[in-house]
Design a protein around this ligand. Structure first.
Ligand code: HEC
Length: 243
């Protein structure tokens, strides 16, 4: 290799190195502030600005304290911050089935699928201990967790937490409700259990007897004597997965 060529090569390599390292530095020292970084721009030396007095950050106006805490003072309350309508109840059921049933089961007895597979026993909402808790307590447990129960504050917003609390109450009434819980003027409209069906048309008593939660999907295939669809050989059974 000639001496000139060698020199040119080194020069090229050096300048490339300089240019590249220049880029790298730029990416490392960006003109931005991370939390608590100091600043020479503001007089108080802080990069973070204090909230202006008499202003509220967007989405942070929590006028109804009870709605956001479930507490009256330091005590958990036992009322709902808004009326519980059919729509709220349906929302509560949907959210409950998504977020709570994996551990507490669809009927609230604490034997959800994750518990069956070894997770710590979840609370049985029909146990006197839990049934006597306030709805404010349910709200608080969803917001902050309790013992082995994880918190769902990030996943479930405050109105939905109340909707779930209302649905837990509905589950409790469905199992342990008394005639005295029904408003006097509506008692005449009650049907006998034997006349009732689930929303999928399965007679209620049969659905209960087969240990279901009310729908045919919860009746284990082949275990019900009147199962409309006995398992066929080679067909995937409950608990097995399609490969
Ligand atoms: C990953 C499993 C799991 C999920 C999901 C779950 N829980 Fe729990 N929950 C538990 C366990 C376990 C306990 C018992 C806590 C203990 O004993 O430490 C519990 C206890 C509770 C209690 C009683 C807590 C107390 O100390 O009084 C309430 C109320 C409750 N859960 C509500 C809910 C609601 C509402 C949801 C849905 C938003 C939910 N849980 C979702 C596992 C779960």
């Amino acid at each position: 290799m000639s001496r000139r060529l060698y020199l040119r090569g080194t020069l090229l390599a050096t300048s490339a190195l300089l240019i590249l390292s220049g880029c790298r530095q730029d990416m490392h020292n960006q003109p931005k502030y991370v939390p608590y970084r100091s600043s020479e721009f503001f007089q108080d030396g802080l990069s973070e600005r204090q909230q202006l007095v008499h202003t509220v950050a967007r989405g942070e106006l929590h006028e109804d304290a009870y709605l956001y805490t479930g507490k009256i003072g330091i005590k958990e309350g036992d009322r709902f911050p808004f009326p519980i309508t059919q729509a709220v109840m349906e929302r509560g059921r949907e959210r409950y089935d998504i977020y709570c049933s994996p551990c507490h089961s669809r009927v609230g007895d604490g034997n959800g699928m994750i518990v069956k597979r070894g997770y710590r026993q979840a609370a049985n909402f029909h146990d006197q201990k839990y049934a006597s808790q306030t709805v404010g307590h349910y709200y608080d447990v969803i917001s902050h967790g309790s013992g082995a129960m994880p918190d769902y504050g990030a996943q479930i917003d405050p109105p939905d937490r109340w909707a779930i609390a209302a649905y837990i109450r509905a589950l409790q009434y469905a199992r342990n409700g008394a005639m005295s819980d029904v408003p006097a003027d509506q008692r005449g409209q009650l049907k006998d259990q034997s006349e009732m069906t689930t929303k999928d048309g399965v007679p209620l008593l049969r659905a209960i007897a087969s240990g279901g939660n009310g729908g045919p999907e919860s009746v284990p295939v082949g275990t019900s004597p009147t199962s409309p669809h006995p398992p066929q050989p080679g067909e995937p059974q409950e608990g097995t997965q399609k490969k």
